[in-house]
Design a protein around this ligand. Structure first.
Ligand code: AMP
Length: 401
């Protein structure tokens, strides 16, 4: 470990929120965590929690991401953790879309900012927020390394056979249409932590990672390298999610436009915001869906079954892509907490060497853990994700290299 500054501020700028954590890289401890939400609205709220003090909440309008970051800087300064601290080694920024160019965490300069801007058409809701965070942080501390960590980077190792859609390559290349994948920071972290749980080096294990949160994606990771993932050009492809449909026949869109007379914007909203679990049964929180299933609610039961059916198909597909599988790892809000989802996803896959021990599966909380029987051919694991720590780790490694 370097003898220089050891703290990294991680900024995760969403379309209307900024989440942040100040992490001491000597022991991964959080010195402060917080978020600003409802940016641009009159009811903006900031919540800041220092490691050794009470949480503070402020509700006052925060006009934009620049104002949000300045408010965060002021909160940190109040605890003696301001951006001017000599202990601060770098700021690590989550940037959703890195296209094909950004395959690694990258120190930001004018050229990098321009390229992230050029990628906005591929991530119109997310990249502008990331850019605003980067620009403001640079203005506040021009001398400090600002590192962009891309959600797509971990997936840039996918072979062309997995990354390309079966359409005219000229059309695809002209419009930069290919499968980029998302949640890469989480897939990278969880696949590595799964190897650690098995007592092996990441290069020695083949893992299927199931990141099941409100957004959801699966990945096939061979020896630490991503070879396939379920999200595509955008985060709409793949698994059934909280509000997104995941895979569907693309002709559904033509049908809705021609026969349903819906506009492209209406279809976009339908598939991204009013589909998935929410669209199927009116709820997107797995806790509520399970309560309804247990109470005999048919719509919730069907939504759950559709969710599990798709998940199983991806487990089977990625088993075939990998050839051999050492572990299946569940992560994110649903994957870490919903035992019935884990049990149902693996049920009937004994022929593939997959099973869960119902006693181990029912245990709540705790860190990374195995939930498969001791003699299972394939380990099934719950591995809590930690995207902020992964961003901080990649950032710190880059600036101390
Ligand atoms: P994330 O996007 O990773 O924050 O995950 C959010 C989702 O996790 C929520 O929408 C819930 O569906 C799910 N979730 C969180 N806690 C639980 C729990 N205890 N049991 C089941 N699902 C949960």
């Amino acid at each position: 470990m370097s003898t220089g500054p050891t703290r990294v501020l991680v900024l995760n700028s969403g379309s209307s929120s900024v989440k942040y954590q100040l992490i001491d890289m000597r022991d991964s401890s959080r010195l402060a965590v917080g978020l600003v939400e409802r940016i641009g609205e009159r009811t903006s709220r900031l919540k800041h929690t220092p490691a050794d003090g009470e949480s503070r909440e402020r509700t006052a309008p925060v006009a934009d991401h620049e104002a949000a970051l300045k408010a965060v800087a002021a909160e940190l300064a109040e605890d003696g953790l301001g951006l001017d601290s000599p202990e601060l080694a770098a700021i690590g920024h989550r940037v959703v879309h890195g296209g094909l160019r950004f395959t690694e965490p990258t120190v930001v300069d004018d050229d990098v900012l321009a390229e992230i801007e050029r990628l906005i058409p591929l991530a119109p809701l997310h990249n502008p927020a990331g850019l605003a965070g980067l620009r403001t942080a640079r203005a506040l501390r021009p001398d400090l390394p600002q590192v962009a960590v891309f959600d797509t980077a971990f997936h840039t190792t996918m072979p062309e056979s997995a990354a390309r859609y079966a359409i005219d390559p000229e059309v695809a290349d002209h419009h930069r249409i290919r499968r980029y994948g998302f949640h890469g920071t989480s897939h990278a972290y969880v696949s590595r932590e799964t190897a650690r749980l098995l007592g092996k080096d990441p290069s020695e294990v083949d893992v299927i990672v199931l990141h099941l949160g409100n957004g959801a994606s699966a990945s096939a990771v061979r020896g630490g390298v991503c070879v396939d993932t379920s999200m595509g050009l955008t985060p709409l492809e793949g698994l059934v999610m909280g509000t997104r449909s995941g895979d569907l026949d693309p002709a559904v869109i033509f049908h809705l436009a021609r026969v349903g007379e819906m506009s492209m914007d209406e279809i976009d909203t339908l598939l991204n915001k009013r589909s998935g679990l929410l669209g199927l049964c009116g709820d997107n929180d797995m806790r509520e869906i399970r309560r309804r299933v247990d109470g005999g609610d048919e719509a919730a039961a069907l939504a759950f079954d559709i969710y599990i059916h798709r998940l199983k198909k991806y487990i089977g597909a990625y088993y075939a892509v990998l050839g051999t599988v050492d572990a299946v790892a569940f992560t994110a809000g649903v994957g870490e907490n919903a035992a019935p989802v884990r049990e149902a996803a693996v049920a009937g896959l004994e022929g593939l060497g997959l099973a869960v021990d119902s006693g181990l599966n029912a245990v709540r909380g705790g860190g990374a853990r195995l939930i498969s029987p001791a003699d299972a051919r394939v380990a099934v694991a719950v591995v809590p994700t930690d995207e902020e720590l992964e961003i901080a780790t990649q950032t710190y490694a880059l600036v101390t290299a």
